[in-house]
Design a protein around this ligand. Structure first.
Ligand code: AMP
Ligand code: ZN
Length: 113
């Protein structure tokens, strides 16, 4: 999709700190990390959020979840990690291309979920 920053990152048109890529998924380090490890996992197909997980998009979302387990191993997050997908205004979503945050590398706050 035109003018989507995450589509451009997945296409290599905007530089990123890539940590993983396969046919369906691209993952890179968040530009403003909120934990020692903060990675964004995105589908290579554009859709806005968890609200659009249906039909063909479901495969892309599931492939993101598979990739999260691989990336966690790669990043040696053996003590655990948190996965977050902000959805819409109340969820605090700022980039309208589905993404999963992987947060880890330290004991995370227990205040939010
Ligand atoms: P959200 O608020 O859930 O939509 O998350 C969007 C995330 O994208 C934020 O954590 C930003 O720091 C991150 N972000 C925005 N632009 C970039 C970029 N060019 N490279 C890496 N991360 C980015
Ligand atoms: Zn996009």
């Amino acid at each position: 999709m035109e003018n989507c920053i995450f589509c451009k990152i997945a296409a290599g048109e905007i530089p990123s700190n890539k940590v993983y890529e396969d046919e369906h998924v691209f993952a890179f380090r968040d530009i403003a990390p909120q934990a020692p490890v903060h990675i964004l996992v995105i589908p290579k197909k554009h859709f806005a959020s968890m609200n659009e997980v249906c039909g063909e998009n479901t495969l892309y979302a599931a492939k993101c979840l598979e990739a999260i387990a691989l990336i966690a191993k790669q990043e040696k997050l053996n003590k655990g990690y948190r996965v977050i997908s902000n959805c819409g205004e109340d969820g605090g979503q700022t980039v309208m291309h589905l993404h999963f945050h992987i947060l880890g590398g330290e004991k995370l706050s227990e205040k939010m979920v």
